[in-house]
Design a protein around this ligand. Structure first.
Ligand code: APR
Ligand code: ZN
Length: 252
C-alpha cells in the first residue's frame, strides 16, 4: 500500500492498513503512560532528569547502594500503584479483543496494558509489580506497603530487587525471543510513545520493516523512526490518537 497518497488523512491510511493486515503488533514506550500520570524518561522534566540513570537505574548502582535505589523504587512504586490505564492502553486492548492486534511488546514496567485488559503483553523490560531475588530467583508480588522498610531480603537471605531490567542487565530471554518472532511476523507495527533511543527494544520496528511491514508511529514529537522508517506518522497524545484510530478500524 503506497502512502504517497496525501489526499487520504493519515489516520484513515493507518486504519485501513491495520484492518487489512494479517498480523498487527504494537510496541510501546513510556509515552503511552504519560496520560496516566507517569512521566516519561527523556522529555523535559522526565524521570532521568531527576534521577540520573547511572546512579539509580543500573545494576551496578543497585548492588553498590541498594538502599539508595530502593528509596527511588518505593517512591515510584507508590506513584505507579496509584496510576490507572488511560484510553490509549484501553484502545490497544480493544483492538486485541476484536482480533485486530496480536500482541503488545512494551518497554514499560507499569502493568497498565494488563490492567487495561490486554492479554498478550511481552514485558520487554520486566514488571515493577514483581520482586526478584538475586540469589534464588524467586519472584514475589511487590506491594510497597507490605515490603519491609529499607532493603528487603528474600527468606533465602538474598537481596530483593524490582523485577525490571536495569541498565547493564539482559532482556529476559523469553521476552527477547517472543518479541523478535513477533517483529518478524508482523505485517503492521504500531510504535507508540517511544523515543527509540534504547536498544535492543528500538531495533524491533527495524526488524519488522526489513520484512516489509508497514510502520505506523504515534508520538507527540518526531523521533529517529519518523525520519527513517515510519510510513504513517500520527502526531498527538496516545490517549487521543489510539482511541480515534481504534474507532476507525472497528468501523471498517
Ligand atoms: N503520547 C505519545 N507519545 C508521547 C506522549 C504521549 N502522551 N508523551 C510523551 N511521548 C513520547 C515522547 O515524545 C518520547 O518520544 O514518548 C517518548 C518517550 O520516550 P522516553 O522517555 O525515552 O521513553 P522510552 O522510549 O520508553 O524509553 C525506553 O529507556 O530508560 C529506559 O528502561 C527505560 O523503558 C525505558 C527505555
Ligand atoms: Zn531467594
Amino acid at each position: 500500500m503506497s502512502f504517497a497518497n496525501a489526499s487520504i488523512p493519515a489516520i484513515d491510511q493507518a486504519a485501513e492498513a491495520i484492518a487489512s493486515a494479517k498480523c498487527v503488533v504494537a510496541t510501546t514506550g513510556a509515552g503511552i503512560s504519560v496520560e496516566s500520570g507517569i512521566p516519561d524518561f527523556r522529555s523535559a522534566g522526565g524521570i532521568w532528569s531527576r534521577y540520573p540513570p547511572e546512579e539509580y537505574a543500573s545494576i551496578e548502582a543497585f548492588l553498590e547502594n541498594p538502599s539508595k535505589v530502593w528509596a527511588l523504587w518505593r517512591e515510584l512504586g507508590d506513584q505507579l500503584g496509584a496510576c490507572r490505564p488511560n484510553p490509549g492502553h484501553r484502545a490497544l486492548a480493544d483492538l486485541e479483543r476484536h482480533a485486530k492486534l496480536r500482541a503488545v511488546i512494551t518497554q514499560n514496567v507499569d502493568n497498565l496494558h494488563q490492567d487495561a485488559g490486554s492479554q498478550d503483553v511481552v514485558e520487554y523490560h520486566g514488571n515493577s509489580r514483581r520482586l526478584v531475588c538475586l540469589d534464588c530467583g524467586a519472584l514475589t508480588p511487590f506491594n510497597p506497603d507490605k515490603v519491609a522498610r529499607g532493603v528487603p531480603h528474600c527468606p533465602c537471605g538474598g537481596l530483593l530487587k524490582p523485577d525490571v531490567v536495569m541498565f547493564g542487565e539482559l532482556i529476559p530471554p523469553a521476552a527477547m525471543l517472543r518479541a523478535e518472532s513477533l517483529a518478524r511476523t508482523a505485517d503492521v507495527v504500531i510504535v507508540v510513545g517511544t523515543s527509540a533511543q534504547v536498544f535492543p527494544a528500538a531495533q524491533l520496528p527495524f526488524t519488522a520493516k526489513e520484512r516489509g511491514a508497514i510502520v505506523i508511529e504515534v508520538n507527540t514529537e518526531k523521533t529517529d523512526l519518523t525520519r527513517t522508517i515510519t510510513d504513517v506518522f500520527l502526531q498527538g497524545p496516545a490517549g487521543i490518537v489510539l482511541p480515534a484510530l481504534a474507532e476507525r478500524i472497528l468501523r471498517l
